[in-house]
Design a binder for this molecule. Structure first.
Ligand code: SF4
Length: 362
């Protein structure tokens, strides 16, 4: 593993030999929620990362207290980053979790530096900072407290309901600085969720997070990601998802179509082969040009979601203003079976611009 850029002491080899025994402490826990997961605790050299200038990310600075993610989303594009540690991008990504145990103290030190100018810090952009490990390591309270104490603006993107543990801190921070929270909910279909996002809280629970945050005056948007071609893109499914998002009180919804970069692509396609083999050829065709679905497809989905959002009262709104509409009716029967004529491949109907936001699809 290549840990030398993460740990204070360069680590030459895996486990004690690879990590350097004094740089990395490897732990496993017996409790059911951590079964099969190995934690590698390190003392990082730095915690505030600058996003490379060429990146399409809409932020410049990030903090990522973890590497790897037990939420185990099959499509996660952060998978590739595990290969930089000489870990594999499949099961290792889901179960070999690097924990930067000194993240809060490093951040506090950086924020106090005269060379830091109080710029926005984005979290949850690589892996989920409220994944299960956070329940044990509790790094986020120290991180949010540091940001609050320095009135430093920040944002968090998560699928984790654990964020509600830190509600009081988030409220305190939002009184002194800009705090942006987004929850990721790509679809509400329970069967799809169980297989493609096996380690995450259910979509309904994530929308409860949105509801709770907005009830406490913290505006919360939803990143509707990823929209999965032929699996969650039928108009009825899009409608059910947007309706549920609107009912949660979300301040905004931002759709993002699945993209398949190396690292995620192999893992996702293997999953597709096991679970929906009849879709393999269609995905190969749709992603024949590379990591992204064709522009016309992205525009079509974005246009549909924006139209639905407007229909459900989620037009342009000011961040921080919760919007509540009646709870959704039960999902309409007769939703398409994956593999039947593609609901998502009709000619493009909308000219709305696809979002350029490139996030990890939390
Ligand atoms: S998409 Fe987000 S929540 Fe899912 S595994 Fe990746 S980092 Fe974790």
């Amino acid at each position: 593993m290549r840990w030398d850029h993460l740990a204070e002491n360069p680590a030459p080899a895996r486990d004690a030999a690879l990590f350097g025994a004094d740089a990395v402490t490897t732990r496993t826990f017996d409790s059911p929620e951590f079964r099969g997961i190995t934690f590698h605790e390190i003392r990082a050299k730095s915690i505030v990362n600058r996003v490379p200038g060429a990146s399409r990310m809409p932020f410049e600075w990030t903090v990522n207290p973890y590497r790897g993610c037990t939420h185990a989303c099959v499509y996660c594009f952060a998978r590739k980053t595990h290969s930089y540690l000489d870990l594999d991008t499949g099961l290792d990504f889901d179960s070999q979790i690097v924990v930067k145990v000194n993240a809060p103290e490093l951040l506090r030190r950086r924020l106090a530096s005269p060379r830091w100018y109080g710029e926005h810090i984005a979290m949850g952009t690589n892996v989920d900072c409220y994944q299960r490990a956070e329940g044990r390591y509790r790094l986020m309270p120290g991180i949010i407290a540091a940001l609050r104490d320095h009135a430093n603006p920040f944002s968090i993107l998560t699928k984790g309901t654990l964020i509600l543990r830190d509600l009081d801190l988030l409220k305190q921070a939002s009184e002194v600085t800009e705090v942006g929270i987004s929850v990721s909910v790509g679809f509400t279909d329970p069967e799809l969720w169980r297989t493609v996002e096996p380690g995450t809280p259910a979509p309904e629970r994530r929308l409860d997070v949105v509801r709770t945050l907005t009830d406490h005056g913290i505006g919360c948007g939803v990143l509707m990601a990823p929209v999965l071609p032929f699996l969650s893109d039928h108009p009825d499914r899009l409608r059910a998802t947007v309706r549920a998002i609107a009912a949660s009180g979300a301040t905004s919804v931002t759709p993002l179509v699945l993209h398949l970069r190396p690292g995620a692509r192999e893992w996702f396609m293997a999953w597709l082969e096991r679970n929906h083999p009849h879709l393999v050829r269609r995905y190969e065709r749709l992603y024949a040009e590379g990591a992204y679905a064709p522009k016309w497809y992205q525009r079509r989905i974005t246009g549909q979601v924006h139209e639905l959002a407007q229909e459900y009262g989620m037009g342009p709104t000011r961040a921080g203003l919760p919007r509540r509409i009646p709870a959704p009716e039960p999902e309409a029967p007769g939703l398409p079976v994956p593999g039947l004529p593609a609901p998502g491949l009709a000619a493009p109907e909308s000219t709305a611009t696809a979002t350029a936001t490139q996030l990890t699809l939390l």
